[in-house]
Ligand binder design. Structure first.
Ligand code: JD8
Length: 227
């Protein structure tokens, strides 16, 4: 799986790229992430990427030319052409279904905006998949792109130690309920005990308890997931 991330602030990704699960996947050759600075596709002396909004108003808008030319140049750098994904508050809300769809592509180009966002013609010309990570406001597309990468790489075969673990996560294809409660040692902590069944060794009973725990939690916290 290859990701090309187009951004005005590639440095934001450096800590994340050297993080364990992703770094291991990159080192193993399962995932590749190339960073591209949109500013490299400006033509003027001052490398200007933004301008004042047409019609007035606060803030600055990212000019269309460097973004469209950056995407076209990055597409030419490798085969196959990637699906272009624009991170934007106006996008399709990200959920595990969308993550599964994105993971089906061999290559994704993640385009990250800042300020008041991109000139509308970026979308009109590139026809990207527009994705939002949720109904809240963040300052730019970079953190949203990292969320997409983080969720998608879990579905790349071999990235997780155990081949199956990503598939059985909460919200994944096999199971759209919340996770059951987890415990570890000590058996008792400040008067709170690990449920007896979990140390019984009876695997059938443990499975039933966990199933019940998942259902109860989902009913209590996310009843919207049950229908
Ligand atoms: C991209 C700039 C900042 C601040 C308008 C667009 C995603 N779920 C999400 N929330 N916010 C974003 C997001 C925010 C962005 C940009 C994504 C580029 N901004 C906002 C308020 C004024 N701009 C996002 N995915």
């Amino acid at each position: 799986m290859r990701f090309d991330v187009l951004t005005l602030f590639p440095e934001i990704f450096s800590g994340y790229l050297t993080q364990s699960l992703l770094k291991l996947a990159i080192d193993r050759g399962l995932v590749r992430i190339d960073l591209h600075n949109i500013r490299d596709w400006t033509h003027d002396k001052h490398h200007c990427v933004d301008d004042r909004p047409s019609g007035g108003g606060p803030g600055m808008v990212i000019k269309p030319e460097p973004v469209v030319e950056a995407v076209e140049a990055v597409q030419q750098q490798a085969e196959p052409p990637g699906r272009v994904v624009l991170l934007t508050p106006q996008g399709r809300p990200l959920d595990q279904r969308v993550v599964e769809e994105l993971a089906a592509h061999q290559r994704l180009l993640l385009v990250c905006g800042r300020y008041e966002g991109f000139d509308q013609r970026v979308s009109d010309i590139l026809k990207p998949e527009e994705i939002s990570i949720g109904d809240f406001v963040i300052n730019g597309g970079e953190v949203a792109a990292m969320v997409v990468v983080d969720a998608v790489i879990r579905l790349v075969p071999g990235v997780l130690g155990d081949e199956d673990s990503g598939r059985f996560d909460s919200f994944s294809t096999g199971n759209r309920l919340l996770e059951f409660a987890q415990y570890t040692r000590p058996r008792e902590y400040r008067g709170h005990e690990v449920p007896e069944v979990l140390i019984s060794g009876d695997h059938e009973k443990i499975a039933a308890w966990r199933d019940q725990s998942s259902r109860e939690r989902t009913q209590q916290r996310r009843p919207d997931l049950l229908n």
